[in-house]
Design a binder for this molecule. Structure first.
Ligand code: IFM
Length: 439
């Protein structure tokens, strides 16, 4: 049995579009995911976040389940179009009040709110003006972030400006399988730079207004395994995916092999804005990646499927816990000693409730056990790992996969909105209670 440090923070993560539903309620404006989901063929089961887990109405039950699990923190995101329906101008009091109640509900249950300002649901009105490819969106983001913290900052002490800006930029603007659905290299690089810029701008602004805030970037990092001796493809994907969003934060620069492509979007003085000493780094980690050069892809590189015969999750992602250790060590090597939180880790599995109404998900429990063991090993090797947020609290809308993939520790029956804690929920509950990973 191996124990975690006493102060180790246990948490769970969700995001607004994936769980809230109620997209037409409370004065919320349209988001790019509402628009994207409505396009034929974009979502595997033709669904959208319209109902999702209806967390907007069921939030108290959901917070009760977090409390029962014993988690000390909850990472959620505010939906920009719920707070500022058009992405500029008028703020929506009802939206702000919803999150204010949520934060109070968390604190009264002894759960720390970790707030993310952007988990991809940009107001559609800003997309009409170019979205993240427009430099002005970075300024609008600062205005929105400032308002959120003006209202919640007396109670929220941990803020993440963007969740996985690499996924938003690459899958949304370069490969086109996420909203806004663009397959355009220039759009990918423009959005990347503006997301980075807005990260630096909003972080500075919020720190000035509230010096006790803890702020940090959250990026999905997955080691790239070289395949078919295609070294160029691996290096390019590694630069795009793993470095294009952290080098700017830590060094104020971009990886050399991407400089030319990013140059058109960079203004004089941007480097100073990009670089910002974060209080922590949030690592989202699930799997590894393999790359192949491809003239058909706007980015010149294709992300390959996992080769047959390897252990995979229901999403087809390779299960390779040692990559978690590798990733944590590599991060420290490149960016130095920064407090790290795993802000997402988990897996999809084809869960069903059985005759007695239980949900058994042995694949997930084993996955978590192995990845947690890799985290413990990293700590033994000196990595400053401070906490772990499981993805996800609930089964939810898994973007382009719709509701076909279940990532929750809690099963959601989407017909009835009934919540059923899975076996993995009990595993996590025990883990938190004992602060120890059972053998
Ligand atoms: O569901 C997503 C989440 O929104 C961002 N990180 C990866 C998860 C699983 O795909």
């Amino acid at each position: 049995m191996k124990s975690f440090p006493n102060q180790f923070l246990w948490g769970v993560s969700t995001s607004s579009y994936q769980i809230e539903g109620a997209i037409h309620s409370g004065g919320r404006g349209e988001s790019i995911w509402d628009r994207f989901s409505s396009l034929p063929g974009r979502i595997a089961d033709g669904s959208s976040g319209e109902m999702a887990c209806d967390h907007y109405h069921n939030w108290e039950e959901d917070l009760g389940l977090i409390q029962e699990m014993g988690a000390g923190a909850y990472r959620f995101s505010t939906a920009w179009p719920r707070i500022q329906p058009l992405g500029s101008g008028r703020f929506n009091t009802e939206g702000l009040q919803f999150y204010s109640r949520l934060v109070d509900g968390l604190l009264s249950r002894g759960i720390e709110p970790w707030l993310c300002l952007n988990h991809w649901d940009l107001p559609q009105a800003l997309q009409e003006k170019g979205g993240w490819t427009n430099r002005d969106t970075a300024m609008r983001f600062v205005e929105y972030g400032w308002k959120v913290l003006e209202v919640l900052g007396d109670r929220v002490k941990h803020v993440i400006p963007h969740n996985e800006p690499n996924v938003l930029s690459i899958l949304g603007h370069g490969i086109g399988i996420h909203a806004p659905g663009l397959q355009d290299a220039s759009a990918c690089f423009a959005s990347a730079h503006h997301l980075n810029l807005s990260h630096g701008l909003v972080s500075r602004e919020l720190k000035i207004c509230q010096s006790d805030l803890q702020l940090g970037p959250v990026v999905s990092l997955q080691p790239v395994i070289e395949q078919d001796r295609d070294q160029n493809a691996s290096e390019r994907l590694d630069a795009l995916w793993n470095k294009m969003f952290l080098d700017p934060v830590f060094f104020g620069t971009y990886p050399e092999i991407l400089e030319e492509e990013l140059k058109p979007w960079i203004h004089e003085g941007d480097s100073e804005i990009l670089q910002f000493k974060p209080d922590f780094f949030g690592l989202n980690h699930y799997t590894v990646m393999r790359a192949q050069s491809s003239g058909k892809s706007a980015l010149g590189v294709r992300i390959m499927e996992t080769p047959a015969g390897l252990p995979v999750t229901d999403s087809g992602w390779e299960i390779r816990p040692e990559a978690m250790l590798e990733q944590l060590l590599e991060f420290r090597e490149r960016y130095g000693d920064v407090p790290i939180y795993i802000t997402e880790n988990g897996c999809s599995s084809p869960d069903q409730s059985d005759a007695s109404g239980e949900v058994q998900d042995p694949l997930r429990t084993q996955y978590l056990r192995d990845y947690l063991a890799a985290g413990l090993e990293a700590m033994e090797q000196g990595v400053d790992l401070r906490g772990w947020f499981f993805w996800s609290l609930l089964d939810n809308f898994e973007w382009a996969e719709g509701y076909t993939k279940r990532f929750g520790l809690i099963y959601v029956d989407y017909e009835t909105q009934q919540r059923i804690p899975k076996d993995s929920y009990r595993f996590v509950q025990k883990l938190i209670q004992e602060n120890t990973l059972p053998d």
